[in-house]
Design a protein around this ligand. Sequence first.
Ligand code: PEP
Ligand code: MN
Length: 333
Amino acid sequence: MIILIKKGADETQVENLKALLRAKNIEPHVSKGSMQTLIGCVGDVANLDPTLIEALDAVESVRRVQEPYKAANRKFHPADSVIDCAGVKIGGGGFGVIAGPCSVESEDQVVGIARAVKAAGASMLRGGAFKPRTSPYAFQGLGADGLRMLSVAKRETGLPIVTELMEFRDIELFNDVDVIQIGARNMQNFNLLKEVGSYTKKPILLKRGMSATLQELLMSAEYIMASGNPNVMLCERGIRTFETALRNTLDLGVVPLLHRLSHLPVVVDPSHATGYAYMVDPVAVAATAIGADGLIIEVHNDPPHAKCDGVQSQTPEMFAKTMARIAKARELV
Ligand code: PEP
Ligand code: MN
């Protein structure tokens, strides 16, 4: 952290600031220029709140030179993390496509879709059993019954399953689940992140909150990792902006940026990012070409009658075509 001192600041105020830093085990290194004085902070500044320092009379501004996330930081873990999802490797060159319905609706539906996406080359099955819906009157998911149906689909196809956990009290129902999804709406549910991180080392697919900055996403990953689970995959699923033409605004540039900042794999969700089935294919191809480590795509056997997110769901036929194009995009990277 670097502290810029105001021009003409009172010497005793600067001395008080230095004493405050020392009291926090931080060694202040002062450099006096003809125009400006800087204090370089050497030591563990993780617990030093920059806004508190900035509020002091003598201080003009404060600049962090080290990111507040450590476990997720590429600086302290230069190699790509490879997350083993029941045998499917994501990250460090490992690439996988998670596909399936937004929500599990029946055993026949989820088993049928699982077979179709597997035949098209998907490596994992998705399906929501506990659904975070904007309206309390909308379909809320089949809960424990939905998880049981996912297990049947897993047994029938061998595909590992990915599903969302909304509340920690349901975790014991997730024994057969291979990847636990933490949804956008829960990205900053810090208690849930801590509880999941300390309870299990299963891979976690952490979706970016709709108004979350990248630093906030990485800090949420940090919560899970600091609690004991290093197996985190980040998921860009579009954010909210002034643009309302699409369901969300896909922030594709974050893929190379997250790869620079962090060693964790980055999965892109072209379904929630766009909201329209016809756009899923080109965006999935673009996400692959930009270097995503995986994709999560909604596929439904009968999109017009889907209980959730039908408009953005590909049919199995569309998905098969997209998979072929994703394979070509993979050759690029
Ligand atoms: C989902 O994957 O179905 C979902 C609800 O996603 P998100 O949390 O990104 O909105
Ligand atoms: Mn959905």
